[in-house]
Ligand binder design. Structure first.
Ligand code: ATP
Ligand code: MG
Length: 462
């Protein structure tokens, strides 16, 4: 009886705990990963507001912290930033810091996602989560039905449009290039004279010899061109008909695919988006359209060049051009764009998996030029020895002392002889092995703009 009361008490407590364990188990089960992620995002969102106020006074982008927990920033007018890391190493997360900063500072932004992800943590997800009240155009090759319309030829002279079309492809023979050039030039001039909005659609629709002849005849009938001009056009069309067939086929493949509906005369171009202080995001789709995606990528780069020329005349405070997976659309034109963009107050941030990818996509020269043109490198994990060594060399070396001691061994005893040598050597600031062993989200940041370098744990804003 004496110890009867405590045992009843223990039994009751055990019963309550037993009952609660079901409740707790059920609660834990109800929190799936998505809820945890949403919660984490909400917390980060409130923290963002505080950080935004802290950094807004000084134009710079927070990218993460050093191992000693010191904040690392990149000035927003940095002479371009190159982000490189193997798949899954954290490139897109690294870029999201610049997207966040562009939103905080209210910069217009051009963003190209060469890979075309649309799931959680994709650039699309990052932009739509962070955008606040910013105007956003999304040109989405993954889902043409919900994509915004795009017209890279908006506000562009007929000659420039022709040049853009010509630069979409590489020409192995001058003979073909010259003929297609003349044919397109004439066609676009006639379209312009007919009062039609020049778009990819109107060009492709009128590019066949048959349609081109009809257009010229109609313009003569309406008194817009002379009879002589019509005869000249007929000659040009008949002589070049066979030669332009290949280009016509290439353009129509693009236009007749589901992607054709994106290219619409009423669509936006990059300059218009930037002038509206908007964010324009292109999501390519190289998996479904391996041949068309680089063509469209090229067209976007040409449109960006046009935008940069427009920004020379009408300067803006700053814009960010963010290029993810550049290997999908790497070209001389991209290089040219990066070269020219700086004087138009554009900071370019380019990301790719490895330097070897750039070799493959656009040649060794392209890779070297990208390295030359960027003064800031965010190097994430590299898998290959060659890439790790190349980056270690880019970051540089420091002086170190190589000291040797001579030792002797007598009767099983080892001792110092007092002799030795000392010489100056150079060692890597960051050894290739260190670059190969970086974990996800860890990087080495080096700025040749101001000589700064450090290991950084990259911030994940959402
Ligand atoms: N700094 C970081 N902090 C926390 N998690 C990170 C960080 N960087 C990356 N991750 C996580 O690692 C995964 C891969 O990141 P991310 O998509 O940025 O890699 P990536 O290099 O762009 O890969 P891919 O080449 O496949 O596009 C994601 O799940 C992401 O959430
Ligand atoms: Mg990525």
């Amino acid at each position: 009886m004496l110890y009867g009361a405590p045992s009843v008490f223990i039994v009751i407590i055990a019963g309550i705990l037993f009952f609660l364990s079901f409740e707790i188990f059920g609660f834990i089960n109800s929190i799936d990963n998505k809820n945890i992620m949403d919660f984490e995002r909400d917390v980060k969102k409130s923290y963002r507001k505080y950080r935004k106020q802290e950094k807004i006074s000084d134009d710079k982008t927070f990218i993460g912290v050093t191992p000693n927990k010191k904040d690392v920033y990149v000035p927003n007018d940095a002479k371009h930033i190159f982000v490189c890391g193997t798949t899954g190493s954290g490139k897109t997360v690294a870029l999201s810091n610049f997207i966040e900063s562009g939103i905080d500072y209210d910069y217009p932004m051009l963003i190209i996602d060469g890979k075309g992800d649309i799931g959680t943590n994709s650039i699309l997800d990052i932009v739509t989560t962070m955008k606040e009240d910013r105007k956003v155009y999304i040109i989405n090759l993954n889902n043409p039905n919900i994509s915004d319309k795009y017209n890279p030829f908006k506000n562009t002279s007929p000659t420039k449009i022709k040049d853009m079309l010509m630069s979409m492809t590489e020409w192995s023979e001058d003979f073909y290039r010259l003929n297609v050039d003349r044919y397109l030039q004439r066609l676009i001039f006639l379209l312009d004279m007919s009062g039609e909005t020049i778009s990819f659609k109107s060009i492709v629709e009128n590019m066949s010899a048959e349609k081109f002849l009809l257009l010229s005849a109609k313009l003569e009938k309406d008194g817009i061109i002379t009879k002589q001009e019509n005869v000249f056009n007929i000659d040009l069309i008949k002589n070049s008909e066979k030669i332009v067939e290949g280009s016509y086929a290439r353009f129509s493949t693009l236009f007749e695919s589901e992607l054709g509906s994106i290219f619409d005369g009423r669509g936006v171009d990059i300059l218009t988006a930037i002038k509206e202080n908007a964010i324009i995001l292109f999501i390519l789709n190289p998996l479904t359209y391996p041949e068309i995606s680089p063509l469209i990528g090229n067209l976007i780069i040409l449109d960006s060049k046009k935008a940069v020329s427009g920004l020379f005349d009408d300067k803006i405070k700053r814009a960010f051009f963010i290029f993810d997976e550049i290997n999908v659309y790497a070209s001389k034109e991209l290089l040219n764009l990066v070269n020219k963009s700086r004087s138009a107050n554009v900071t370019s941030i380019l990301a790719t998996q490895s330097l070897s990818d750039l070799d493959e996509a656009a040649g060794v020269h392209f890779k070297e030029q990208i390295i030359e043109n960027c003064n800031n490198y965010l190097i994430l994990r590299q898998n290959s020895d060659i890439n790790a060594e190349k980056f270690a060399a880019i970051i540089g070396t420091r002086n170190s002392m190589d000291i040797t001691y001579q030792i002797k061994s007598e009767k099983g005893m080892t001792s110092d002889t007092g002799l030795g040598s000392m010489r100056n050597t150079r060692e890597f600031l960051y050894h290739p092995d260190e670059i190969k062993n970086l974990k996800t989200g860890e990087a080495i940041f080096i700025s040749k703009d101001n000589g700064y370098h450090s290991r950084v744990n990259i911030n994940k804003p959402i």
